[in-house]
Design a protein around this ligand. Structure first.
Ligand SMILES: [Zn+2]
Length: 241
């Protein structure tokens, strides 16, 4: 699956007449005291429809329709490729997953560790849907991480128009920014970055409200705000099936 940071249409690929698969990455700019870092904005955040100031959804079933999300009656399985991750990655990932689960009501199930560098092609058209992958990489391996981007998160939707569901996704954290996030800035910021990217995986887009964790740039906010929580709750309250 191709991934692009340029325009939304570039991210959309139809794989069959009645089956559309889309990966919508959200990028988070690294936390940095350098004001020049603030110049970079996430293109998904700029182009996503703005629901209100407090939260947006990455994708809607149709214009003005409900958000695309996961089936809340099914577990969201996830695996971790710990290559390049800090030594205490498990506690940090688990804490981040728990926070998104608590805020959304969605159920996550850890399905172990893997060695899987296929961050984009997670369509699972044959043999079932692969679990969400959480991994670390550098920009040389995963070009969307180039520049100030600290992480990329997105989900793959399947289904006919109007009935799409996310079935898998990925979170890729920049190994170079991880050093800053765990050292100079502290583990809470790495956990916050993971929460931000996992919120993309379950369907939240960016907001232009800088007090929310789903703001495209790292501003030092580490807690989910009221708008973030309202969006996550809505995604967890979608009908089953
Ligand atoms: Zn983002």
């Amino acid at each position: 699956m191709r991934e692009s940071r340029r325009t939304l249409p570039d991210l959309v690929r139809s794989v069959a007449v009645a089956l559309a698969v889309v990966l919508l990455p959200g990028l988070w700019v690294a936390l940095s005291p350098d004001p020049s870092a603030a110049r970079m904005r996430d293109l998904v955040g700029l182009t996503a429809p703005q629901d209100d100031r407090s939260h947006t959804f990455l994708r809607r079933q149709n214009p003005g329709g409900g958000p695309v999300g996961w089936d809340p009656c099914r577990d969201i399985r996830y695996v971790v490729d710990p290559a390049g991750a800090p030594g205490d990655w498990r506690a940090t990932v688990t804490a981040a997953v728990d926070r998104v689960a608590e805020a959304s009501g969605l159920r996550f199930v850890e399905s172990g560790t893997v060695s899987d560098r296929d961050f984009d092609r997670r369509t699972g058209l044959f043999g079932g849907d692969p679990p969400v992958l959480v991994a670390w990489a550098d920009a040389a391996e995963h070009p969307p991480l180039a520049g100030d981007v600290a992480g990329v998160g997105g989900a793959t939707a399947v289904g006919s128009p109007g009935r799409q569901r996310y079935v898998t996704g990925s979170v890729v954290i920049d190994t170079e920014d991880t050093a800053d996030l765990t050292g100079r800035l502290g583990t809470p910021h790495l956990e916050a970055l993971l929460v931000h990217e996992l919120a993309h995986v379950v369907g939240l887009g960016h907001t232009d409200d800088p007090t929310q964790l789903m703001y495209a740039e790292g501003t030092g906010v580490t807690e989910l705000g009221a708008g973030d929580r309202a969006g996550l709750r809505a995604l967890g309250e979608l009908p089953c099936g």
